[in-house]
Design a protein around this ligand. Structure first.
Ligand code: SAH
Length: 264
């Protein structure tokens, strides 16, 4: 798959692409990234990419022309590389507070597709005429304002890369992660590693004994119940949607009935 990223700050991406578990995905080209800087498509000696907003007000707005030329070049390159199936134009994703908040089902869909063109806004945002003409999806990282779309783009790319086959050391280990349908979409259970007993500020803290038992089925059940408990406490909405999707077993419901009081 291939992502073409339109950004005024391509260098912001570099440290994330060559460190950590995901570098395999990026360096092998399993997730190919191509960067396009609207400044390279701007006019004049100063290669201006932003201007004052019509109607007045603070800040600057990204101009439509450099962005449109930049997108055209990216699309042409995708076509030459046959990055998309014939007659299936690449989606054009703009990162914006207007967008749908990024979540696992969206990431899973991007992780299975051919990629997309990602547009990172800066300043007060980008000229609406670019959005109206080209943008097919808007994605938000959450209900807050970033100073640019790059961190949102990185979040999406990072989440997509770790879902690629072979990227996580342990095949299929992402299936044990929070929100994965393999776990019914529940949150992950707590994790422990050595030492077995750690003396914390409140005294000795031992690892739950069952995890040392070597009894696989009991460990599985303990982890499942821990997931149920964590999800019920932190994200009752996630538990409810697991329930409506039929992802909770009879044993799950029995555990919840005795451990988590249901609100009437
Ligand atoms: N004036 C805009 C914010 C502009 S911030 C507003 O009030 O909505 C500059 C750029 O950062 C945006 O164009 C967008 O690409 C990016 N950005 C800001 N917040 C974001 C968020 N929550 N999710 C994704 N991208 C965001």
């Amino acid at each position: 798959m291939r992502f073409d990223i339109l950004t005024l700050f391509p260098e912001l991406f570099t440290p994330f692409l060559h460190n950590g578990i995901n570098r395999r995905a990026f360096e092998s080209g399993q997730v190919e990234l191509c960067f396009w800087n609207p400044r390279d498509f701007a006019d004049g000696q100063y290669r201006r990419v932003d201007d004052r907003p019509f109607g007045g007000g603070p800040g600057m707005v990204m101009m439509v022309e450099p962005l449109a030329r930049c997108l055209e070049a990216a699309r042409l390159a995708r076509a030459e590389a046959q990055a998309d199936a014939a007659d299936v134009p690449a989606p054009v994703v703009l990162f914006s507070p207007i967008g749908r908040r990024l979540d696992h089902p969206q990431v899973a869909r991007w992780a299975q597709g051919a990629g997309a063109v990602l547009v990172c806004g800066r300043y007060e945002g980008i000229d609406q005429r670019f959005i109206d003409s080209f943008v097919t999806h808007q994605v938000s990282l959450g209900d807050f304002v970033l100073s640019g779309g790059e961190i949102a783009a990185l979040a999406l790319l990072d989440a997509v890369a770790r879902l690629q086959p072979g990227v996580l050391g342990d095949a299929g280990s992402h299936q044990q992660d929070s929100f994965n349908p393999a776990l019914g979409g529940l949150l992950d259970c707590p994790h422990y590693t050595r030492p077995e007993v750690w003396t914390g500020p409140g005294g000795d803290m031992a690892v739950p004994e069952v995890l040392l038992s070597g009894h696989h089925a009991r460990i599985q059940r303990f982890r499942r119940e821990a997931s149920l408990g964590v999800t019920a406490g932190a994200r009752p909405d996630v538990l409810e949607s697991a329930r409506t999707q039929g992802a909770l077993s009879k044993a799950d419901e029995a555990w919840l009935a005795t451990h988590v009081p249901r609100k009437l």
